[in-house]
Design a protein around this ligand. Sequence first.
Ligand code: PGA
Length: 229
Amino acid sequence: MTQAVKQIYLVANWKSHKTLDEAKEFVTGYNQSSPHSVILCPPFPYIVPLANIILENKSPLKLGSQDVSNYPFGAYTGAIAADMLRGLAKYCIVGHSERRKYFGETNDIVANKVRLALDADLTPILCVDEPYLESQLAFFTTDELRKMVIAYEPLAAIGSGKPDTPEQANEVAHRIIELSGVDIAVLYGGSVTTETVNDYIKEPKISGVLVGGASLNLDTWTSLVAAAN
Ligand code: PGA
């Protein structure tokens, strides 16, 4: 029996960094080809100008947002509804631990966001952590999970330089797949670098990485994507 080749996702989460000019310079200068899905998640205001550059330059980058509103179109001042991202972004990070910590996002809020993202044809990249896997995944049906990507992001590993080992991350990814009941793509996130990216993606249950710090500098990100080839 032939085994399906697993799709690999390399996701850059810029968080709340970069000026507009810096963001444009990065995308204009990026030209690393890759067999994988290379997804850039910039701050909201940069999505439109970067989408234009990507189109003009036929850039291999795909765009994602870092968050989305838990409300649809309507009287919700300041909110970015999932439907507004149609045609601009393909992916959408949801429930990052920084959103949960600094913006009070609960599992209910996160579940709403995921559903609205799915309704708007975005692929949610749902961030989960190991102690809460069951409760965080219990909100979703098998059908919903099938359309999602999960990012396992251990809190202690984010921005700390202290990542999980690839073996530990693979074990958790395995549990996530078992709990989901579908062969869902699971990414690892937390202090991934150019030097370590391959160690994660070669693990059988890991389908990519979610990268913060090492995605900010063009040369570093280019070398990380090249290393993952
Ligand atoms: P890091 O961030 O790569 O800087 O650890 C990862 C994340 O928060 O998604």
